[in-house]
Write a protein that binds this ligand. Structure first.
Ligand SMILES: [Zn+2]
Length: 116
């Protein structure tokens, strides 16, 4: 299956939603990358670029998420292919232990829970 490019409008909304910062470490460095929270197989049959399935990460956090998938799954930065979890139902935790939820409408909001 061939990857389809992320539409320009979606990219813009994503950068604005995530305030041009890495969602994990909050770095605002240049070269931010878009991470798909689910693999291509899991996205089959649905919008491959749904807003809840995309997060902005800095290159080092993105590299860590792809080379240490267990770390990314544990934090919710990635969502497992198996099971019925939807990316808009799985919150993620940033490096400060704050819990965030993403919607397909393009919203990002902090949940009133701090994981320890
Ligand atoms: Zn980062």
């Amino acid at each position: 299956m061939k990857a389809t490019p992320i539409p320009l409008g979606t990219r813009q909304r994503l950068f604005e939603r995530d305030a041009f910062c890495c969602l994990y470490c909050k770095s605002g460095q240049s070269g931010l990358e878009i991470h798909h929270r689910q693999g291509r197989l899991a996205r089959r049959g649905q919008d491959p670029h749904r807003m809840s399935g995309l997060v902005l990460l800095c290159p080092s956090c993105h590299l860590r998420a792809t080379t240490h998938p267990e770390w990314a799954y544990r934090l919710g930065l990635s969502v497992r292919r198996i099971g019925l979890d939807e990316t808009d139902e799985v919150p993620f935790t940033d490096c400060y232990g704050q819990l965030w939820a993403l919607t397909d409408e393009g919203d990002r909001f902090r949940l009133p829970v701090t994981l320890t």
